[in-house]
Design a protein around this ligand. Structure first.
Ligand code: SAM
Length: 232
């Protein structure tokens, strides 16, 4: 059976690593002891194995034993640019999207976005959700969750696709993995004509998710699910 070890986020991988208050609390709850081994990652792609060498009531430290290449990342970074959604829907997308390999979430203000903006506390919560999901899915990268931008300010290097019902294009027939990938998903009300004009100026390619209309929180996961199921 696959080994399951505790995953601990550290600031940087180094010979000796002092733990943050949050990670220290987590270790204490897990009842780890000096000598136990854990997996460590820094959130930007570095991962390895470490041993707990110090633990008292207030602090803990780890010693790095080895570095490991993370096999959990796509060959190119994947940005999910998603229109603002209401309620907890963005949390659900960030949680599942992190499991499905997103490297950056770019929140978007579009003409028909469900809400006009989100506050700092919600953004902080989304970043926490991304960190928890990255740990759970054994990724070495914690995806960034970037504050909302108007669609007109979005820039997308590499390949860029947007989901729009009735489009002829299919994602997996066009993704080449030779450059970064940006996937754009609309709000419940869809893209307005001015958004579509903006997407065309951006050079984004429209793609279908089949003949059914998916909810705004389902569509991005269908895009990412297609990538994941391709086995890359
Ligand atoms: N009436 C809206 C329209 O025609 O665009 C429906 C919007 S849908 C509820 C929300 C978003 O999910 C869309 O803007 C699009 O990005 C994506 N989406 C949902 N179903 C899709 C499909 N079958 N093909 C492509 N994109 C889809």
């Amino acid at each position: 059976m696959a080994r399951h070890r505790h995953r601990v986020k550290v600031a940087t991988l180094s010979e000796r690593m002092e733990l943050s208050a949050a990670e220290f609390k987590h270790l204490a709850v897990m009842r780890l002891n000096v000598g136990d081994r854990v997996d460590v990652f820094d959130g930007s792609g570095e991962a390895g194995e470490a041993e707990l060498i110090h633990l008292d009531t207030f602090s803990a430290a780890l010693r790095l034993l080895s570095r490991q290449d993370s096999a959990a990342e796509y060959p190119q970074p994947v940005t999910l640019a998603i229109a603002l959604l209401k309620g907890d829907k963005l949390s659900d997308v960030v949680r599942a999207g992190t499991e499905l390999g997103v490297s950056t979430f770019q929140l978007l203000r579009t003409r028909y976005a469900d809400v006009p903006d989100i506050g700092d506390s919600k953004l902080t919560r989304l970043r926490r959700v991304a960190e928890e999901a990255a740990k759970q899915s054994q990724r070495a990268v914690v995806p960034g969750v970037l504050a909302p931008l108007p669609l007109s300010a979005l820039s997308a290097a590499g390949q860029c696709f947007y989901a729009h019902p009735g489009s002829p294009g299919k994602l997996l027939e066009q993704v080449t993995w030779t450059s970064a990938l940006t996937l754009i998903s609309g709000p419940e009300g869809g893209f307005a004509p001015e958004d579509l004009a903006q997407l065309s100026r951006l050079g984004a390619t429209p793609i279908t998710l089949g003949p059914r209309i998916l909810r705004a929180e389902t569509a991005p996961l269908a895009l990412l699910g297609a990538l994941a199921a391709s086995g890359v």
